[in-house]
Design a protein around this ligand. Structure first.
Ligand SMILES: C[S@@+](CC[C@H](N)C(=O)[O-])C[C@H]1O[C@@H](n2cnc3c(N)ncnc32)[C@H](O)[C@@H]1O
Length: 259
């Protein structure tokens, strides 16, 4: 599977570790987890991870063999759960992180709410960003509105919405939308959110086949294009990560004040 925003995922986690927001032995729930997440969390040095997925043994996750991505015996636990209904109490984990999974959910806001509910300190997500440029790419058929390849990889029976054989709609987020969503989850607090974005054209998992073949063999050109876009319009980048800083939430001044 392509490394859609893997560099962003590792960079965000490394930055949070460097700043002391995450400690290496904090309890982490890795939502939508796969072998890829095992490799990234191991690489950045996280030691207490619970890897959760609706279908841990599907081709898009490959968690069920009991071994880490590098074939070593696991130092981790695996949970089989639907992201919309997580079987954990509020604030069960220090951090809840997820890469390239919310857009596979039939109710992405509900799944993000579950991540927020069971996290004590932070929620980290890496997804695709919506922007005028991405909408133009979609309307020109250069980027996908629905994701077909994961279902093809799953033999037509899995890999789509909620792990089914129906290709998921690629729900792309904006910063404003994440802010509104979190404010709706937790209206009693002002919750800071950190955003990260960059252009990584050519590795978007939702690229259409025609765009992928156009990109093939043109890595140098695509590299220059990404470099240029990241210089002038990084904020609009297709790869999009956010960290919800529940640990820094401040009670709204009107909470507890009689009307
Ligand atoms: C594109 S894969 C990403 C896997 C991994 N995070 C990565 O980046 O390689 C999306 C994953 O989300 C899982 N998934 C889809 N719907 C889900 C749901 N409703 N609850 C939990 N996991 C779900 C799928 O089983 C799949 O493994």
């Amino acid at each position: 599977m392509a490394d859609a925003g893997g560099g962003t995922y590792a960079a965000i986690l490394t930055d949070l570790l460097d700043r002391g927001v995450i400690a290496r032995d904090d309890a982490i729930l890795v939502q939508f987890a796969g072998a890829f997440d095992e490799a990234v969390t191991a690489r950045v040095g996280l030691t207490r991870c619970t890897f959760s997925n609706l279908a841990p043994d599907s081709p898009s996750s490959r968690l069920a063999d009991g071994h880490g991505a590098d074939g070593r015996a696991p130092l981790r636990s695996v949970s089989r759960a639907d992201a919309h209904r997580m079987p954990y109490a509020d604030a069960s984990f220090d951090h809840v992180i997820g890469h390239a999974g919310l857009h596979h959910c039939s109710r992405p806001h509900q799944a993000l709410h579950e991540m927020y509910r069971i996290a004590r300190h932070t929620v980290v997500a890496v997804e695709n960003q919506d922007s005028p440029l991405m909408r133009l790419a979609c309307s020109l058929g250069l980027a996908g509105v629905y994701e077909h390849d994961a279902v093809a990889d799953g033999g037509g029976t899995t890999g789509g919405v909620d792990g089914t054989g129906t290709p998921n709609h690629v729900y792309r987020w904006t910063r404003h939308e994440v802010r509104k969503t979190v404010a709706s989850f937790d209206p009693g607090h002002a919750v800071p959110i950190e955003f990260h974005s960059r252009w990584l054209i050519g590795s978007d998992r939702a690229l259409t086949a025609s765009m992928r073949s156009a990109v093939g063999g043109r890595e140098r050109v695509i590299g220059l294009l990404n470099g240029g876009l990241n210089t002038v319009a990084r904020r609009q980048g297709n790869i999009f990560g956010f960290t919800v800083r529940k640990d820094l939430a401040v009670a709204q001044p009107w909470v507890g004040v009689p009307a």
